[in-house]
Ligand binder design. Structure first.
Ligand SMILES: *Cc1c(COP(=O)(O)O)cnc(C)c1O
Length: 477
């Protein structure tokens, strides 16, 4: 019997096939040749071992030894590996978790006008650092400033890459080298991903001066810290991702302003979320906003662009003209600078806030938060109806149920959003179903509640229903 390896076609024979030419057109000749070589190598190593051809996509496949001379064996393997290597790393995902600002899923999806502004800024030249009136060099730090001052009442504003960076910049600027920054022990928090206030402060070059206790910090505690000559600022951190209850006391922004003005040092307020409309409009409990903090006298307020503001990733600083100017001159500002695409998206998002009703209609984060339960229930029912049209047997494994979502993004700890979900039952169990839903295009991410997989309609964006139905049919139809 001859060695089956002698029946393996040559690379040239394979390349002469029209299917291989198609691959070369699509993926390039060099990648196609490499993929065919890998297929040939695989077959050469496995042809005698009773291994089956599984890349052909026909279940267990045939024994390699029986099909070793067929060119399509190699071309199909090459095609499969080329297709896999072309799947982008960063992909769009359908969020069925009901967590609106899901940090792992990219936080805020953007308003169409913001997406359009970003597309234009990305694909064309812009006046990013060019003064169109004078025809001379301008500054990227001028963009978004007038909108931010108009919307928050601040004297000046500065936009950098993200809020964590904005906080580092603010602390480094107000404290200088080794200067003390007073922070309540109740606010020495971890914001997320290991970003802890004491460490951030240290990295910013400042010295932490702890004030009060975990549950109670009084004005007198700040006053005694401020008696230390080397305390150059007070930092207040909004407890955005946890709550403390019971025997508690702290000092509000107005109370801190009285103390910091007396001491002649600035008050930095890290707000985190960047909510720009009244929380009540969204059916949520009160959450401090930048305008309130500034009105109470804070000197520098820090917040995020992609949390409750609903814009692109950005760190926004608003406050006094003096501190904004000093921060702009800090070399760290250059290291943290915002890119043109983000600036364009942020500007378009901020512009929507000139009309809060329009903001609520067009900014997906706000619209999702405000969507009422009846509308979500109707959407869940429509989804089930659309799926059962495709595959009648789905009616017995899909169910519309009330559920609870969350705001997410480290905001509104403990707040629950009354919502409606579609439950998907699968004999394989919820974990296997969740894996199957993630493994497809687009991936769908749900949440397992009481051992059943749920897709909460609140975070399914308009226009995604068709894809979602197709994926459900693929997985359990
Ligand atoms: C989220 C958060 C930050 C960090 O914001 P990013 O935009 O994620 O960098 C800082 N401070 C507080 C209080 C936050 O909640």
């Amino acid at each position: 019997m001859t060695d089956p390896r002698s029946r393996i076609p040559s690379i040239d024979t394979l390349l002469a096939r029209p299917e291989a030419e198609g691959l070369a057109d699509r993926y390039g000749r060099e990648r196609t040749v490499n993929a065919l070589r890998e297929a040939v190598d695989f077959v050469r190593e496995n042809v005698s071992g009773g291994v089956r051809d599984s890349a052909a996509g026909d279940g267990d496949g045939r024994l390699l030894v029986d099909v070793v001379e067929e060119p399509m064996l190699y071309i199909q393997r090459a095609q499969a590996s080329l297709a896999i290597s072309d799947v982008p790393s960063l992909r769009r995902v359908i969020n069925g978790t009901g967590v609106v600002l899901h940090t792992n899923l990219g936080r805020a999806p953007l308003a169409p006008v913001a997406v359009e502004a970003m597309r234009a800024a990305a694909g064309e030249y812009s006046n990013l650092e060019f003064d169109l009136d004078e025809g001379v060099r301008g500054s990227r730090y001028t963009h978004c400033v007038s909108l931010l001052t108009e919307l928050t009442g601040a004297a000046d504003a500065l936009v950098v890459n993200n809020a964590a960076g904005a906080l580092v910049l603010a602390l480094n600027t107000v404290a200088g080298k080794g200067g003390g920054v007073a922070v309540s022990r109740g606010e020495l928090v971890e914001i997320g991903g290991g970003f802890r206030i004491p460490e951030v402060l240290e990295r910013a070059g400042a010295r932490l001066v702890e004030v009060g206790s975990t549950n109670r910090t009084r004005a007198a505690d700040y006053a005694s810290a401020l008696a230390d000559d080397d305390v150059r600022a007070v930092l207040k951190v909004h407890r955005s991702n946890f709550r403390i209850t019971g025997f508690t006391e702290d000092v509000d922004v107005a109370g801190l302003v009285t103390l910091t003005r007396d001491a002649g040092v600035p008050l930095v307020h890290d707000l985190g979320s960047g909510l720009m409309v009244e929380a009540q409009r969204l059916g949520l409990p009160h959450e401090p906003r930048a305008m309130e903090s500034l009105a109470a006298g804070a000197d520098v307020v820090v917040f995020s662009g992609d949390k409750l503001l609903g814009g692109p990733q950005a760190g926004i600083l608003v406050g006094s003209a003096r501190w904004m100017a000093t921060m702009r001159k800090n070399p760290l500002c250059r290291a943290l600078r915002m890119d043109k695409v983000g600036l364009a998206g942020l500007e378009a998002t901020l512009r929507l806030y000139r009309d809060p009703e329009r903001a609520q209609r067009e900014i997906p984060t706000l619209r999702m938060l405000a969507e009422d339960a009846d509308s979500l229930k109707a959407r869940a029912e429509a989804l089930v109806a659309a799926a059962t049209v495709r595959s009648a047997k789905l009616s017995s494994v899909m169910r519309v149920v009330p559920t609870l979502g969350a705001v997410g993004g480290g905001t509104y700890p403990g707040a629950e959003l009354d919502s409606w979900a579609v439950e998907l039952m699968s004999e394989a169990g919820p974990d296997a179903l969740a894996t199957r839903l993630r493994d497809g295009d687009p991936p769908v991410v749900g949440r397992i509640v009481e051992d059943v997989l749920r897709l909460d309609l609140r975070t399914v964006l308009p226009g995604q229903e068709e894809d979602l139905v197709r994926r459900i049919v693929e997985c359990i139809g």
